[in-house]
Design a binder for this molecule. Structure first.
Ligand SMILES: NC(=O)C1=CN([C@@H]2O[C@H](COP(=O)(O)OP(=O)(O)OC[C@H]3O[C@@H](n4cnc5c(N)ncnc54)[C@H](OP(=O)(O)O)[C@@H]3O)[C@@H](O)[C@H]2O)C=CC1
Ligand SMILES: O=C(O)[C@@H]1CCC=N1
Length: 274
């Protein structure tokens, strides 16, 4: 399976790194990327072919991964309008809807429809991503299988039945690693405030998140039960959790995810008007 990435930025790097780690051959992967420094970095790091132009070799692929920013997508697809034939297109762009991408790749009268929309996240780089996928109803079983296989190589996958829910996936897991990194930053700062040096505070914070996530992933207990098992009556954890509850921490996170999902919807509305 020949795969071409349109856009070679952060998320393309995470996906390509994870794919190569899991046995995809570098010679089957190409990247169309405008920035020469990025091209050089991608080639050096992964051994993949890079090009600044959507040339015939790059477009002679089975799968085209759309990995430019949502705001760049329409311009990036303009040279490809009406060019693709049987290529399976996989968009990872936040917010952008299949109908709009299809119109930009084809025409209003005859939109391109062999498209899967998905939302991965950066832990794909170490094979620990989670991707939500939604396929245009016209994508056949082989197309869905190919998209699922690519994203399953870099983590777990979940198919979404309703395209509107892809913005919710973006809010929870697409942007989610940033919330976790932010949490780690805060836990590290808390450790520093308790007098630990940076390295010790960081290790305490990261290994706590890693251990808790692994325990939650492997346990039959719900996270709420695992939390209760840490929380001794009248003990230290209860004191901390009471403080978080008073600060509205839980509701703040729920509202933050809603803000991300709303931003995804707004991007789809704004950019899809064109
Ligand atoms: N980062 C993340 O965690 C996630 C991102 N996504 C989605 O992935 C997509 C890419 O995001 P991300 O990797 O963070 O963004 P980046 O800006 O890091 O990567 C996009 C790259 O595409 C290049 N580019 C722009 N226009 C073109 C073009 N016409 N042809 C070829 N290359 C082009 C950009 O160059 P230049 O910088 O010069 O503009 C840039 O290097 C977005 O749509 C985003 O919504 C999805 C899930 C998670
Ligand atoms: O911040 C963003 O818009 C992208 C989409 C999900 C993660 N990063």
């Amino acid at each position: 399976m020949k795969i071409t990435f349109l856009g070679g930025g952060n998320m393309a790097i995470a996906l390509i790194g994870g794919m190569i780690e899991r046995g995809f051959a570098a010679q089957d992967i190409q990247v169309i990327e405008l920035d020469a420094d990025n091209r050089e970095r991608l080639h050096k790091r992964f051994g993949v072919r890079t090009t600044g132009l959507a040339d015939a070799q790059a477009l002679g692929c089975d799968v085209l991964m759309l990995a430019v920013k949502p705001q760049q997508m329409k311009a990036a697809l303009a040279p490809l309008a009406g060019v693709l034939k049987d290529v399976l297109v996989i968009s990872i762009a936040a917010g952008l809807r299949l109908g709009d991408i299809g119109r930009w790749l084809g025409s209003a009268a005859a939109p391109y429809t062999r498209i899967v929309r998905c939302m991965p996240n950066t832990p794909a780089l170490i094979g620990a991503g989670i991707t939500g996928l939604y396929a245009d109803p016209s994508v056949d079983a082989a197309g869905k299988e190919a998209a699922g296989r690519i994203l399953a190589a870099v983590g777990s996958t979940v198919w979404i039945e309703d395209e509107a829910q892809m913005d919710g996936v973006t809010g929870v897991s697409g942007s989610g690693p940033a919330y976790v990194f932010h949490f780690i930053e805060a836990l590290e700062a808390a450790g520093r405030a308790q007098g630990f040096d940076e390295a010790t505070a960081r290790k305490l914070a990261i290994d706590t998140v890693l251990g808790a996530a692994r325990l939650a992933a492997g346990s039959e207990d719900a996270p709420s039960v695992l939390r209760e098992k840490v929380t001794s009556k009248g003990g230290t954890t209860a004191a901390a959790l009471a403080h978080l509850a008073q600060a509205g921490w839980h509701d703040t996170l729920v509202a933050a995810v809603a803000a991300a999902a709303d931003r995804g919807r707004a991007l789809g509305d704004e950019l899809g008007k064109d």
